[in-house]
Design a protein around this ligand. Structure first.
Ligand SMILES: CC(C)(COP(=O)(O)OP(=O)(O)OC[C@H]1O[C@@H](n2cnc3c(N)ncnc32)[C@H](O)[C@@H]1OP(=O)(O)O)[C@@H](O)C(=O)NCCC(=O)NCCS
Length: 195
């Protein structure tokens, strides 16, 4: 039986000369997930706590469980695999409770695991592709996403895509982050930005 549940969604965009494609994450991508999830420099940015590496069983557990109900994507740039992302139904009751009942709240999580591709504008493009998919195809009501204050690249991506800071929470210290940011984009705000 497969670990990662696949889907048929393929999303793409051009960024200058680059062609960016999001397609289903699958078990054939596990070697990339093992590599990125055992790179302390990548985990420094993706995890709030200091984690040196996730063993394969934990990688299976993370991507195997999320993919059952949420589309998970591998990100390709000109045919080269550079990272992954997902669009997930809000899994945090406290966040869901910030909105009226039955609001379709989702979150996006993303990681460029190939470090040489950081800071080249690609994150903004592929997260933007997923934002368009969420609002235009999935008819999501709100995207509510997270990062910590030390992750300036991530904050910039949310800001550049029109998200606004909905909540700032202090993190227990000592910690590499001092603040936990909640970034929010409502469907109406997204549609206004498109005009
Ligand atoms: C977060 C991530 C997806 C962003 O994608 P990216 O392609 O690197 O980001 P972009 O190039 O689109 O945008 C980054 C922004 O941060 C700025 N930036 C880049 N490097 C920076 C640095 N070292 N310090 C501060 N700002 C930086 C860029 O100037 C850009 O902002 P601007 O367009 O206003 O100038 C990617 O860096 C990544 O996956 N990092 C590791 C994992 C991670 O952090 N995941 C998110 C967890 S919340």
């Amino acid at each position: 039986m497969n670990i990662i549940k696949e889907h048929n969604i393929v999303l793409s965009a051009r960024h200058g000369q680059d062609c960016i494609v999001l397609k289903s994450l699958s078990d054939k991508h596990l070697p990339y997930l093992y590599k990125w999830n055992s790179d302390p420099e990548v985990l420094y940015w993706t995890e709030g706590e200091d984690i040196e590496a996730y063993p394969p069983e934990v990688v299976h557990q993370i991507y195997g469980s999320i993919s059952q109900n949420n589309p998970c994507f591998i990100v390709e740039v000109n045919g080269e695999i550079i990272g992954e992302c997902w669009l997930q139904k809000m899994n945090l009751p406290d966040v869901q409770a910030m909105y009226p009942p039955n609001t379709d709240v989702r979150r996006i999580d993303m990681c460029i695991g190939e470090k040489s591709f950081w800071g080249k504008g690609l994150g903004t493009v592929f997260v933007g592709i997923l934002v368009d998919y969420a609002f235009c195809t999935e008819q999501v009501d709100v995207l509510h996403c997270f990062c910590e204050d030390y992750n300036v690249r991530s904050s910039r991506v949310w800001k550049k895509l029109g998200f606004r800071l909905a909540l700032t929470e202090e993190l227990p210290q000592p910690n590499k982050g001092k603040l936990h940011y909640h970034w929010c984009l409502r469907r109406e705000e997204y549609l206004t930005l498109q005009k």
